[in-house]
Design a protein around this ligand. Structure first.
Ligand SMILES: [Ca+2]
Ligand SMILES: [Ca+2]
Length: 443
């Protein structure tokens, strides 16, 4: 090839290649731990105060109203989302299953790695992957937090504890012999200093805002930010508790006979009231538990506000896709239960919001049924990266362009091996339980 041809070829590359990369949108991927639909624009609790989520909705953050989790605890839900493959195919069913040790998961290219392999710079802080004990990993000798999946990873730092050293702070004693996680963790109370800026999640949000406002990225970025509350414990500044006066708290509707209609063939009940629910019921503390969850959500909302303000003030405001997702739901008394797990609607359904600049309209809700496992193919579709044939989910990008289009693809949630839930709309879903040898309606 002659020199002039080389120059022509280079000019064409410069004209055609670089601008395409420069136009690729950035992605701000925000995970929230254990947040259910108690978010203003999701309508799960009329008392909750979430002005920043609601503002995001008003500014084009689409509410995916029928979004569901691949599983109802942290690790399998997050592992399925991040690998793009369902639990029953990877074997990652529980919080103790590190996907890096799972033969059918460890070679899958996770979502941040996929972006990184296709011209993006990935960076992260806070809880994105579930944390596992694995000494010796890069950047963090205390455990595996998925730091290996990012080009740049920073451990979440800082934070303050509750005002009292005594446990439980809430004076709600566990039942004798209760060795469950909730025996210690089901606790709440105000933090030292009554100052949200000293809280770890707030520091995480500020870190993200600072990156957006001080750095010039030479590639599009995939920034994953993990907010660790409203996961237990519910220790937050007193000001958030004060926003929800106890005498005004309205409890979720709970039927004391709700589990009575779910029985084995011999008539014996399959479920019993959850230990934590019985503890709260015995001591008459339901309103305080609900108040503490609400207070913690409003603290999280402040963190979201800080993060989104950081984006709005940055040069990346108009070219960044924002996704906010909760990893599974939470019960606050429904089905006589506090917590997650199992396959009830309260655990399976998640808050999911997506803003695509110039695409998603303001104040719009989409009722199409989607699953967090759809996020992987959706994001690579929106960013025009090649599809990953290993993905189990389907892109819901068409719904973001046309939220009123008909869409009722059934979606799958799994809790433990052999227990599945198929959902294709608010009035139609089934539980399939291998363990119980039964196919039954939700009860
Ligand atoms: Ca979680
Ligand atoms: Ca029932």
């Amino acid at each position: 090839m002659k020199a002039t041809h080389w120059i022509l070829a280079l000019c064409l590359l410069a004209l055609c290649g670089s601008p395409v990369m420069a136009e690729r949108p950035n992605v701000l991927f925000i995970a929230i731990d254990d947040l259910n639909d108690w978010v203003g624009c999701f309508g799960g609790n009329p008392q909750v105060k979430t002005p920043n989520f609601d503002r995001f909705h008003a500014e084009g953050g689409m509410v995916m109203f029928n979004a569901h989790a691949p599983s109802t605890v942290c690790c399998p839900s997050r592992s399925a989302l991040l690998t793009g493959v369902h639990c029953h195919k990877t074997g990652v069913y529980g919080n103790s299953n590190n996907l890096r040790n799972a033969p059918k998961a460890r070679d899958l290219v996770t979502l941040p790695q996929y972006f990184s392999a296709h011209g993006y710079h990935s960076l992260s802080t806070g809880k994105i992957f579930h944390k596992h004990a694995m000494p010796g990993d890069k950047g963090n000798k205390k455990g595996d937090e998925g730091q290996w999946a990012f080009d740049e990873w920073h451990p979440a730092k800082g934070g303050v504890g509750p005002i009292s050293k005594k446990r439980p702070v809430n004076n709600l004693p566990a039942e004798p012999g209760d060795k469950s996680y909730h025996a210690k963790a089901f606790d709440w109370g105000p933090t030292i200093g009554n100052d949200e800026t000293k809280m770890r999640d707030y520091i995480t949000a500020e870190w993200a805002a600072k990156q957006l406002n001080t750095r010039q990225f030479d590639k599009p970025f995939f920034m994953a930010i993990g907010i660790s509350k409203p996961h237990l414990t519910w220790y937050v500044p007193q000001k958030y508790f004060d926003m929800y006066p106890l005498d005004q708290i309205e409890l979720p509707e709970v039927r004391l006979d709700d589990l009575d209609d779910i029985v084995l063939a011999n008539g014996r009940p399959i479920h019993k009231p959850h230990d934590t629910w019985r503890r709260v019921e015995k001591h008459g503390r339901h309103k305080e538990a609900v108040q503490a969850y609400l207070a913690t959500i409003t603290f999280v909302d402040d963190c979201i506000g800080t993060l989104l303000d950081g984006l709005a003030e940055s040069p990346y405001a108009d070219n960044t896709i924002v996704v906010i997702w909760g990893d599974h739901g939470w019960h606050l008394g429904e089905k006589l239960k506090y917590g997650k797990t199992q396959l009830w609607q309260e655990s399976c359904r998640v808050p999911l919001m997506v803003k695509v600049p110039g695409v998603t309209p303001k104040n719009k809700r989409c009722d199409g049924v989607v699953n967090l496992i759809d996020l992987y193919p959706t994001l690579i579709d929106l960013c025009e990266l090649p599809a990953n044939p290993k993905n189990d989910g389907r892109s819901f990008a068409p719904l973001l362009h046309d939220p009123d289009m008909e869409s009722n693809h059934p979606t799958l949630t799994t809790y433990g091996r052999g227990n599945h839930r198929i959902y294709d709309g608010p009035t139609s879903y089934l539980h399939l339980s291998r363990r119980r040898g039964a196919l039954r309606p939700p009860g």
